[in-house]
Design a protein around this ligand. Structure first.
Ligand SMILES: Cc1cc2nc3c(=O)[nH]c(=O)nc-3n(C[C@H](O)[C@H](O)[C@H](O)COP(=O)(O)O)c2cc1C
Length: 460
């Protein structure tokens, strides 16, 4: 009997109070205001590992949401991803209390030099024993560009051009600077590292110049598992070359199916296999033992959610200040330098401010799946079957109960159906997801920057 396709699960989170489902921090049982304590995060990590989640995925934003009403007042009042702490600094603590949970950390490459970022990821790959992933983002906020000394952000497609070169520099550092076997740790011979097996990276590019050795020794995965979320044509081309996991937030299963199909075509054009990428779709789940209880919980959550905060967040995503429009007035989009795919989706649907507010009933753009574990499992499976996605990026609603509900109720249901693991597979995050080893396969763009082994300079 062939095994049924196994659903992959990431918890979608952020080192802040309000992430996607805005306003729920005001719910009496919600603890997300404790985001700035270690215990909050170690508790979440333990719950996720109990539920055999593949990863804790931590979003991030550089800059603030100041498009709505042309100021940050709503953002600050409702805590819409502000204040926001550094996502990378959560990893050591959460890794220390888990053994198998993977971590996907978002870092915006537009404001970081590749040389230093390469070392930070190598460090985390060592400390997590190969459980680190990177969500590659290039930013979409002018407020971020201004804060970093630019007058406006770099144009949409050029951001991806820079990112292509940035990744090339990183591959040279991660994959090419230190050969396997370079580190000997030989006390008697007094050789820690064999000089013949460490190479200087010399990169003279259009955007970046590097003349130096990678600072870290090879880590279990070398290159972290590469996540990405670009949905525009240029974004998908970038994903086709680099990404191993892609996040999408489509308005329907049909839209998802098309997006997944064109993404997989991009992989083939880049010389990879269509299933070399795992696609995760965003979802919010509200579940309880009976349908009635689940509906009551949903109704209770809705009382605390903020639709307006959801709109203020979406305004920054699309670059449109919805506060300037009457409730039923058609919205003008035009060219955007923000998230192109979000703006085009809203434009195609002709959503008015009223419709967007209705859509954001749980404070955010992900439609909630509400019901018994059986009903939730049916819906998740239908996304897998009909849209061709591989898993889900579960946004948080009331924290930590929404994670605990999912782990205690939905996970056993999925396991009973044979579509979810009952134990973690051994190995690194990449090995767990793809079962092809710790390192990127030879057909990935990174492989061309690897070196053939050199002869040793010191006797063995
Ligand atoms: C599920 C999901 C998560 C995302 N997380 C982040 C994030 O944490 N930080 C960020 O700056 N952008 C984030 N983005 C935005 C993407 O990085 C990217 O800018 C966006 O999808 C637009 O790509 P496009 O212009 O190619 O459509 C996310 C997008 C999606 C769909």
């Amino acid at each position: 009997m062939t095994q049924k396709k196994q659903i992959l699960l990431n918890a979608f989170n952020m080192n802040c109070v309000g992430h996607i489902n805005h306003g729920l921090w005001t719910h009496p049982r919600d603890e997300s205001a404790a985001y700035n304590t270690i215990e909050h995060w170690t508790g979440i990590a333990r719950t996720l590992e109990r539920g055999l989640f593949d990863g804790l995925f931590i979003a991030d934003i550089v800059g603030v949401y100041d498009v709505y009403q042309h100021n940050v007042d709503a953002t600050l009042r409702e805590s819409i991803q502000l204040p926001v702490n550094d996502p990378m600094l959560l990893i050591s603590a959460t890794a220390a209390v888990t053994r198998n949970l993977g971590f996907g950390v978002t870092v915006n490459l537009s404001y970081e030099l590749p040389y230093l970022l390469a070392r930070r990821f190598s460090t985390l790959d060592h400390l997590t024993r190969g459980r680190i992933g990177w969500n590659i983002v290039t930013g979409y906020l002018d407020s971020a560009a201004r804060a970093m000394g630019l007058s406006a952000q770099i144009a949409h497609d050029e951001r991806y051009d820079r990112a292509d070169e940035y990744l090339e520099v990183l591959y040279k550092l991660w994959e090419g600077s230190w050969e396997d076997g370079a580190v000997r740790r030989d006390k008697q011979a007094r050789v820690f590292t064999d000089p013949a097996k460490v190479h200087k990276v010399q990169h003279q590019g259009r955007y970046y110049q590097v003349d130096g050795y990678h600072l870290a020794e090879p880590s279990p995965q070398r290159t972290p598992v590469l996540f990405q979320a670009g949905a525009s044509g240029r974004g998908q081309r970038f994903a086709g070359r680099h990404a191993e996991c892609v996040f999408i937030s489509p308005p329907s299963k049909e839209a998802a199916r098309k997006s997944v199909q064109s993404l997989r075509e991009q992989l083939v054009l880049a010389g990879r296999r269509p299933d070399d990428v795992k696609v995760f779709v965003g979802a919010a789940v509200v579940t309880a033992a009976t349908d009635r209880e689940a509906q009551e919980k949903h109704a209770d959550y809705k009382r605390y959610a903020s639709r307006e905060a959801g709109l203020a967040h979406f305004a920054a995503s699309t670059g449109v200040d919805y506060s300037q429009y009457d409730l039923d007035e058609p919205i003008r989009y035009g060219q955007t330098n923000a998230i192109e795919s979000a703006a085009r989706t809203a434009e195609q649907h002709g959503w008015t401010r009223r419709q967007l507010l209705e859509l954001f009933e749980l404070g955010g753009r992900y439609p909630a799946i509400v019901g018994t574990p059986g009903r939730v499992a049916d819906e998740l499976q239908s996304w897998i079957d009909e849209a061709g996605v591989d898993g889900f990026n579960l946004s948080r609603t009331v924290v930590p109960e929404s994670y605990a509900d999912f782990v205690d109720l939905v996970v056993p249901e999925l396991q009973d159906r044979g579509v979810y693991k009952t134990a973690y597979a051994p190995g690194s995050l990449r090995q767990k997801i793809f079962n092809e080893g710790d390192r990127l396969p030879a057909r990935h763009a990174a492989a061309e920057f690897r070196r053939l082994p050199s002869n040793s300079l010191v006797s063995a």
